[in-house]
Design a protein around this ligand. Structure first.
Ligand SMILES: *Cc1c(COP(=O)(O)O)cnc(C)c1O
Length: 372
């Protein structure tokens, strides 16, 4: 699905020297590279404050802790997402309120949000799934009307841009009060281990989130709030500093592959190519097809037999997971997500795809009906 080794080899000299200089200085925790990376990312991200942390899951948790969300508060999120989004909500004693998604964009169905708002609702967490922004303008409007925080989960969409009706363009993660992202190796900006970051325009909130990420302290050994230990390693920051310069090029390469797939696969009547929303650019963290009238799992096996990896994101909807059971949840509760769990299939997309690979994958996909 990804080719992290080839990607490394293309920038090996720069990466090796960045790692070497961290090893020489040996400031493995909070070395200067961490601040450098935060500054560089801030500039790329519309000058938001950037708080680096240990991973994208912690980023969500720190945001929710800093916003003082309390036991029993309700937080709205899409049900078709990675478990981390729901996990931190539940872990903090908050109630995840799932919303079904739009079958075409895979993102939260904005028309279903308002009916789920109660006096206990405190926040909405839109997830920009597979690399494309959720429809933020209506989400921000609803949030404003009901006085809710918007926390954007940007783990899959760093660099994507949203266009408002008046033509204003904003980066994913800069529209809500907080944005959170992940540098898991396979994400669009991937470290060589775990990493994450939080964005906000609010200086006070930024300060509080930095404190929470560091045991609730601003001054060492003076703990003003209850925090956690969530740091980005100096080594990872040094690696990310190098890779950040290539993010734009990486996004371009993912788009080139996606354009090729779109062009070749649009004629396959047993598949539906991913829809591009008018209001968002796409950074193609995943290229996700929908199976139409075929057995998706048989198609997946066929690809595997031809040496083509594929993945199902996500095979079991959150409301059907044991850990997230609640009275009233069952088959039929979120029909679009349930349908997607049976029909989606993501095919390889990354920064190192060759035209031979793309041609082979498309030819093989197109030949499936003859083998089914
Ligand atoms: C990857 C991911 C996360 C979690 O990031 P980690 O760095 O793995 O903790 C959260 N939300 C979404 C949508 C993700 O894809």
């Amino acid at each position: 699905m990804v080719d992290l080794r080839s990607q490394y080899l293309r920038i090996k000299t720069e990466i090796d020297s960045a790692i070497e200089s961290v090893l020489q200085a040996s400031a493995f925790i909070q070395g200067p590279e961490v601040k450098e990376f935060a500054q560089a990312l801030s500039i790329k991200n519309q000058n938001t404050h950037v708080i680096p942390c240990a991973n994208g899951t912690d980023a969500l948790q720190i945001a929710m802790m800093a916003l003082d969300l309390k036991h029993g508060d309700e937080v709205i999120l899409p049900v078709h997402t990675y478990v981390a989004t729901a996990e931190v909500i539940a872990l903090l004693g908050l109630i995840p309120i799932f919303i079904d998604v739009d079958a075409n964009t895979f993102n939260i169905d904005v028309d279903q949000i308002e009916s789920k708002i109660t006096p206990r609702t405190k926040a909405i967490v839109p997830v920009h799934l597979y690399g494309q922004c959720a429809d933020m303008e209506p989400i921000l409007k609803i949030a404003k009307a009901h006085n809710l925080f918007v926390i954007e989960d940007v783990a899959q969409a760093l660099g994507a841009e949203y266009t408002f009706a008046d033509g204003t363009i904003k980066k994913a993660g800069t529209m809500g009060v907080v944005g959170t992202t992940s540098f898991f190796p396979s994400k669009n900006l991937g470290a060589y281990g775990d990493g994450g970051a939080i964005f906000t325009h609010d200086s006070l909130l930024a300060e509080k989130m930095a404190m929470i990420a560091s045991h609730g302290q601003k001054v060492k050994y003076h703990h003003d709030v209850i925090g956690i230990n969530s740091r980005l390693d100096t080594l990872q920051a040094a690696i990310l500093n190098v890779k950040l310069k290539y993010l734009h090029e990486y996004t371009r390469k993912r788009n080139e592959a996606a354009n090729f797939y779109d062009h070749e696969l649009t004629s396959c009547n047993f598949l539906k190519i991913p829809k591009r929303a008018k209001y968002s650019t796409h950074v193609f963290h995943q290229y996700t097809l929908k199976a139409k009238g075929i057995d998706r799992d048989d198609f997946k096996k066929y690809l595997e037999g031809k040496g083509i990896p594929s993945m199902i994101y996500y095979p079991v909807p959150l409301h059907l997971q044991k850990a997230y059971q609640r009275p009233g949840f069952g088959i039929g509760s979120f029909p679009v997500t349930e349908q997607l769990s049976k029909t989606v299939i993501s095919i390889p997309i990354h920064t190192e795809m060759t035209s031979e690979e793309l041609v082979y994958i498309c030819q093989t996909v197109k030949e499936y009906p003859r083998h089914a």
